[in-house]
Design a protein around this ligand. Structure first.
Ligand code: PEP
Length: 261
């Protein structure tokens, strides 16, 4: 059984100003123990305006969270009003960047090609992409979930080496489960994460497929995290709503303690 350290990521979306960010990070630091971070990686993905503040507190207090971002633009610099480059994030010691979140795809029209350029820019700047994929309810009902997700993975990873793919993270997030309180059953989440891994296997080989970490996202909460995390192809969680409170995010990070009860 390949040894993949789980990654639990908190996607703050467009929530919390930099004062509120500081408070949440400090509260979270009281929830999480050194035992936790030996077995789980944790990344925090605040809005751009909070990143420097969060970086400063993580480094000053040596807090065990990886800094993440929610988006970047694929060009290095230039006339791209409102955008932030991967290089700018890497200078702030950002480690993980989301790519292809369904809200970016749906609200901001990001295509598979743009997502692929973003994944490449993130890797070029020595950070790790979290490549998101997932189907709509209509696609699930039309039995198109697997082909949709496999297509997004193939397109998002196009042109990468097996080593690059093995180092990164994919997140399966059924769109109908994001922010709705509806979670995929652990069986459905497992079988779709297995589709992601199989797609990586067919395109990049066994080593990449065994190494790539695959998160589930979509209304992950403290009470459903233990069962989701016990699935063989689920190596972490991408958490939206429940990461905005230290107590609930802390309990998700400590999913294994519930399992052991
Ligand atoms: C997300 O933002 O990726 C997400 C899964 O949100 P939520 O946990 O609120 O469904």
């Amino acid at each position: 059984m390949p040894d993949r350290k789980p990654l639990i990521s908190g996607n703050w979306k467009m929530n919390l100003n930099h004062f509120e960010a500081l408070k949440l990070v400090q509260e979270l630091s009281y929830q999480v123990s050194t035992d936790d971070i030996e077995v789980v990686d944790i990344s925090l993905h605040p809005p751009f305006t909070d990143i420097r503040t969060v970086q400063t507190v993580l480094e000053a207090d040596r807090l065990p969270f990886h800094l993440g971002a929610q988006h970047c633009y694929h060009e290095d610099s230039g006339a791209f009003t409102g955008e932030v480059s991967a290089g700018m994030l890497s200078k702030l010691n950002v480690s993980y960047v989301l790519a292809g979140h369904s809200e970016r795809r749906e609200v901001f029209g990001e295509s598979d090609e743009m997502v692929n350029l973003k994944v490449k820019a993130i890797l070029k700047n020595e950070m790790l992409p979290i490549l998101c994929c997932g189907e709509t309810l209509e696609e699930r009902e039309a039995d198109e979930a697997e082909s949709k997700v496999a297509g997004q993975i193939v397109a998002g990873l196009s042109g990468l080496s097996p080593e690059q793919v093995g180092s990164m993270v994919c997140a399966y997030e059924p769109i109908w489960a994001i922010g709705t309180g509806k979670t995929a059953s652990s069986e459905d989440a497992q079988s779709m994460c297995a589709v992601v891994r199989q797609t990586v296997r067919e395109n990049f080989g066994d080593e990449a497929a065994d190494a790539v970490r695959i998160q589930y996202g979509g209304s992950v909460k403290p009470d459903n995290a233990p069962e989701l995390m016990s699935q063989p192809d689920i190596d972490g969680a991408l958490v939206g709503g429940a990461c905005l409170e230290a107590e609930s995010f802390g309990r998700i990070i400590q999913y294994r303690l519930v399992e052991a009860e």
